[in-house]
Design a protein around this ligand. Sequence first.
Ligand code: AHR
Length: 342
Amino acid sequence: MKPQRKVLGSILSAAVMLTLLAGCGGQTPAPAAAPAAPATTKEAPAPTDNKKLVVGFSQIGAESGWRGAETASIQETAKNDPTIELKFSDAQQKQENQIKAIRTFIAQKVDVIAMAPVVETGWEAVLTEAKNAKIPVILVDRNIDKKNEDLYTTFIGSDFVLEGQNAAKAMVEHLGGKGNIVELEGTVGASAAVDRKKGFDDEIKKHPDIKIVKSQSGDFNRATGKQVMEAILKSPEGKNIQGVYAHNDDMALGAIQAIEEAGKKPGSDIKIVSIDGIKEAFEAIKAGKLNTVVECNPLLGPQLFQAAKDLKAGKQLDKWIKSNEEVFSGQKAIDALPNRKY
Ligand code: AHR
């Protein structure tokens, strides 16, 4: 026998012996190629250590371009983070749907509940249930009434009062301190509408020659903003208007259509100021139809999940994680347009 064959023969005989021995113990031998089970299997981290952080998010709906950008930011951030599981629920503008979603998240024992509350009031009962279930709640973008501050851990979002003030300052400048204004308000009872109105109206009061002659809700959406503006333009007050302040860009874009259809020039006959900063608003500034946009950041996904992780790690969070925002008019807006992310 050649030496190579001799070696092969010994390996085969050893294999046969091993197979027989294993057979005696009644166990099926592991295939030769299978790696041996690591000796540390028992000490490997318990499944709970590897468990994803489950976050239930109750979104208001899809009423505006801004809202779409916020939803995308939250969904994409979760998708790109293997440690996160997102349970997403769209309430279609109804508070009762948000309450149902939160109850479902509680029943599912999620780690963290996040929500953008459609209105400020009416959360006490359901958020108390979350508190009793020891599930922390993070408010995203909109706030709830002050008396229920102990029912959430942190609020991640903008200073809506400041946005209103900044919008008013821009309007005063565009009007040269004199004129009649229409205010298109957001959803009735929403913190974004309540605070943007407060900030704007208080600032405008400092200018006695500027009057808010009509103030009406356009529900933060374009179609309603347009309808409301059409009706106002047909009313007696509508005949003498120099400015429109819209609580969001979508309503401003609807108002622009209504003004054009009424044969007037938005941006010059009637100055327009709005809040959000979606790309379409920047394009309207470039086209000379909108005068100023006050930015409101919807890209809150990264901050939300960081806050959820910090909470689970036992860290103390600030009660308000505030967004930093800018005001855009004229050339500044045109220059910023190519880099807008939403
Ligand atoms: O709460 C933020 C507001 O809600 C945004 O300004 C608006 O576009 C949205 O629908």
